[in-house]
Design a protein around this ligand. Structure first.
Ligand SMILES: [Zn+2]
Length: 141
């Protein structure tokens, strides 16, 4: 079976050759511009998703449905705020340092275990309440 070339055969010379070269240049440019626009649109969509979720939990609504880890990172969030359920101290954790699958919902970090410096050294990790995402990330001790 004969394969079909992805690009048409180059004309030997003349105006057709120049027109084809111009059309290919324009297609390459349109590809890169559209690729950039798609990345921006994905980032904006993820940001809207995270903002809607923040509004939902701020109003005391349910944690689910929740944006995923990938959504939060794509939206530009860099940290997650957790509150120790024992003493109420809040702690910001770097999103990049959380080793979880990208499709995991952010809400599953609620009731997660953290080591709390205020409560002192523990043999086990203390439960933490998820407060929300943070942008930009600022480490807390
Ligand atoms: Zn604590």
């Amino acid at each position: 079976m004969k394969s079909i070339p992805r690009r048409p055969r180059w004309p030997v010379s003349g105006g057709d050759r120049k027109a084809l070269a111009k059309a290919i240049r324009e297609a390459d440019h349109a590809y890169s511009v559209n690729k950039l626009k798609a990345a921006e649109a994905r980032s904006a969509a993820a940001r809207f998703e995270c903002d809607a979720w923040h509004a939902q939990i701020f109003q005391g609504g349910p944690m689910y449905p929740s944006p995923t880890m990938e959504d939060a990172i794509t939206a530009g969030y860099t940290g997650v705020d957790l509150q120790c359920k024992q003493c109420g101290t809040t702690k910001t954790i770097d999103l990049a340092a959380i080793r979880r699958p990208p499709d995991m919902p952010i809400a599953s970090l609620d009731d997660t275990g953290i080591s709390c410096k205020t409560c002192g050294p523990q043999r086990w990790k203390l439960r933490a309440r998820l407060l929300g995402l943070r942008m930009p990330y600022k480490a807390t001790p």
